[in-house]
Design a binder for this molecule. Structure first.
Ligand code: ADP
Ligand code: MG
Length: 732
């Protein structure tokens, strides 16, 4: 009997002995950068001056474009795209499925008078689309018979081209909403959260005498972790293909214990892959910057330069797509799941976040002068308070069945949200909270007067590196590390923007009131900081976030420890969460209820797919292999009884091997039976929360039982007949 895995092994081994030559085809990043983007530079060149100006404003200020302008922009976009070889266009949107969606239409329309093809793309077609929305999750916002969903152009993110072997498609970034005007996507609330954030941040800046800034944006750089495996092995693993993670597989002989992979020399095959990924990213105007090996074997990281969050979100969605596609071309499979392999690290996405005003000032940069410090300390207070007060909302930005295998598992930031500030900043914050100096070397004894006495200036790298904190201040930005590798960064940033907008709103109101009543800004700020820092101190933690002591300590401090997604999602409708998103119109009540439903549904679907995979792989691949090996052992035992002439009660090794294998075959069979029964029972549950809880509490543990027996069999059964590629093969 031929086992496909053995053929692949032979082919891979042969290739390793004679690696294929790879021709050198260098490119110049500066020449390729933004080649396929209809960005401001191209528009400035191609559009009439006045139209360009109005379009630019539409992008930065969220103003609507008039019909005439839209036609001109559309025409120019179409001509540019067709010159570059485009045949189709699509509205590109981000429904609640977690991935992007598109429906292509050709530019062409036949002209009945001339019998030729005309290229058509009007302002109307640019601005609004109407995809059939019936199959996208709406959480009850849209009934299937009224399937209308609309897409609307987002001029703050430029259109771009993606190619296939026969041409290119023009992609127009859009928001997606229902007939009733409710949001069905992740871009709309992100844009809403940004306008709230901008408005509130500007109020604070005005208090500090800033009259020039016209808006404030959130800037994000997202570090993307991923795994690469050989596509031939991948093709033999339905679990990797359909669920993104291995549901079976015994631990490899060598895992990450030596940590020799981290920052190690990057292998040639992977480097070729990375270079092509970067080339494609650059062509799309995504500033790819950093690449390196990660901690786990076969794990890597890529980081672009930070950008405005709306763009960074679109770019990260594209980056994940590029990673998958280029991997395929290189005979690899890129795994973006949060935990593809048990026993070694999973993958996350570090969301580096800061605030930048329209003049280019980073509001989270401590700066060098005391007045800068005072303004910085106010923004810092807003962030600390936001993370403390809205921990659940932030945690909601990271939910997903996949991420549950990572958060709180001693490899990634825990499910408890805390903020790392580093020694120096913590000292300042504590000092201000206590209204006195701690008398350390950083500054002199006595009460600190914000903006009067000189606070120490904080050099960029004043904070050391703490890898275990879920939310770390790293010099001039916060790094939110709990986002999962496969997830959109939108939900985390929506929550972060909304939470900080909310605390900035309170701060601005308090300072405006105090100064209007005649208090000096310095006094008002001093008293506000003391109170804010005091209230927020429990969320500051600089120690080891992975330790068991921290869990206990966090509980004492009253910080929520929401370990699994279902629990977090069940808190969505708590008043403190809903009020946050309602306050500045980021999400309506109905939209939030819908989102809760969708998140639960997504969780259930993920676990159900995994269950079906465990059942099918278990029954059709592992069980038969176990039974086959059992028969061989049985025959060996029978023969041994006959030939070895043992004494009557003497146990034979063949028999004990047989008993061991039989134990696990039986355990696996029982586990699978039970899994199928429970799965069938779940179908009848109506309530989504109840169903998600059942999936978590009943299906996941049974899947683990099946896996335990299957993995035990993997190391007992003859390697030559084992059907699934093993961890050693996938990882090394
Ligand atoms: P790490 O040490 O965490 O691995 P990297 O250099 O890999 O750091 O990534 C840091 C990320 O933070 C990059 O994407 C970078 O562009 C981004 N970043 C740097 N400064 C800022 C900032 N002010 N605001 C937001 N992101 C930033
Ligand atoms: Mg990082």
């Amino acid at each position: 009997m031929s086992i496909p895995r053995n053929k692949v092994r032979a082919a891979v081994a042969a290739e390793a002995a004679h690696p294929a030559a790879c021709p050198l085809t260098p490119y110049k990043p500066s020449e390729i950068y933004s080649r396929d983007v209809f960005n401001l530079r191209v528009m400035r060149e191609r559009l009439p001056k006045d139209v360009f100006k109005r379009l630019e404003e539409a992008g930065s200020k969220g103003k609507a474009l008039n019909d005439g302008d839209a036609d001109i922009v559309a025409g120019s976009m179409r001509d540019w795209a067709i010159e570059k070889g485009a045949t189709h266009f699509t509205h590109w949107f981000q429904p609640m499925t977690g991935i992007t969606a598109e429906k292509h239409d050709a530019f062409i329309t036949p002209d009945p008078f001339t019998g030729r093809l005309l290229n058509e793309f009007s302002g109307k077609m640019l601005i609004k689309g109407e995809p059939d929305a019936s199959s996208f999750p709406s959480g009850g916002l849209r009934s299937t018979f009224e399937a209308r969903g609309y897409t609307a152009w987002d001029p703050s993110s430029p259109a771009f081209l993606l190619e296939n072997s026969r041409g290119k498609t023009l992609y127009v970034p859009t928001i997606f909403f229902s007939y009733t005007g409710e949001s069905l996507d992740r871009k709309t609330p992100l844009l809403r959260s940004l306008s709230a954030l901008s408005k509130q941040a500007l109020r604070v800046l005005r208090l500090f005498g800033n009259t020039s800034a016209t808006y404030v944006n959130a800037m994000v750089g997202s570090e993307q972790e991923y795994f690469l495996v050989d596509r031939r092995y991948y093709a033999l693993r339905d679990d990797l293909k359909l669920a993104g993670r291995t549901l079976f597989g015994s631990r490899p002989s060598k895992g990450q214990e030596r940590e020799d992979h981290y920052f190690g020399a990057i292998g040639q095959r992977v480097l070729n892959f990375m270079a092509e990924v970067e080339e494609r990213m650059l062509a799309l105007g995504i500033p790819a910057r950093t690449r390196h090996n990660e901690v786990a074997p076969a794990q890597f990281e890529l980081a672009p330069m930070f950008e405005a969050v709306n763009l960074a979100t679109d770019h990260n969605m594209l980056t994940m797509e590029i990673l998958r596609n280029v991997a395929e071309k290189h005979g690899l499979a890129c795994l973006l799941h949060e935990k593809p392999f048990a026993g070694i690290n999973g993958s996350g996405k570090h969301n580096n976040w800061s605030l930048c005003d329209s003049d280019g000032n980073n509001l989270l940069d401590p700066g060098a002068t005391p007045t800068d410090n005072a303004q910085f300390l106010v923004f810092l207070a807003a962030v600390l308070k936001a993370v403390h007060k809205y921990a659940i909302a932030l945690r909601l930005g990271t939910v997903g069945a996949g991420n549950d295998h990572r958060l709180g598992a001693n490899e990634a930031p825990p499910a408890i949200l805390s903020v790392f500030l580093g020694e120096q900043l913590t000292e300042i914050v504590t000092g201000l909270a206590e209204g006195k100096s701690k008398g350390t070397s950083s500054w002199k004894q006595g009460v600190m007067q914000v903006g009067i006495s000189s606070l120490p200036s904080l050099p960029r790298d004043a904070t050391d590196r703490n890898r275990t904190s879920p939310f770390a201040f790293t010099g001039n930005k916060f790094e939110f590390r709990a986002v999962g590798a496969s997830q959109s960064i939108a939900p985390a940033n929506i929550a972060l923007n909304a939470a900080v907008a909310s605390t900035l709103d309170d701060i601005a109101t308090e300072l405006e009131t105090a100064t209007a009543a005649g208090a000096s800004l310095g006094t008002a700020v001093q008293s506000l900081l003391a109170r804010y820092y005091k209230e927020s101190l429990p969320v500051v933690f600089n120690g080891n976030g992975y330790s068991a002591e921290w869990e206990k300590e966090a509980e004492k401090r009253g910080l929520p420890n929401l370990r699994d997604s279902v629990t977090v999602i069940s808190h969505y409708t708590k008043p403190e969460v809903m009020d946050l998103f309602l306050r500045h119109g980021v999400l309506s009540e109905r939209e939030q209820h819908a989102r809760q439903e969708i998140l639960l549904d997504n969780y259930i679907i993920d676990v159900q797919i995994e269950t079906k995979l465990v059942s099918s792989i278990g029954r059709s691949a592992i069980l038969p292999t176990g039974l086959r090996w059992l028969r061989e052992l049985g025959e060996a035992a029978k023969l041994a009884r006959e030939l070895a002439k043992p004494r009557k009660n003497e146990a034979l090794l063949e028999e004990s091997c047989y008993a061991d294998v039989r134990f696990h075959v039986e355990g696996l069979k029982k586990g699978l039976d039970e899994l199928d029964t429970v799965y069938a029972g779940l179908e009848g549950l109506e309530d989504t929360l109840e169903k998600a809880e059942a999936a978590r509490d009943r299906l996941l543990p049974l899947m683990a039982v099946c896996r335990e027996h299957a993995d035990a069999l993997e190391v007992m059964v003859d390697d030559a007949i084992w059907p699934l590629p093993k961890y050693n093969e996938l990882l090394w």
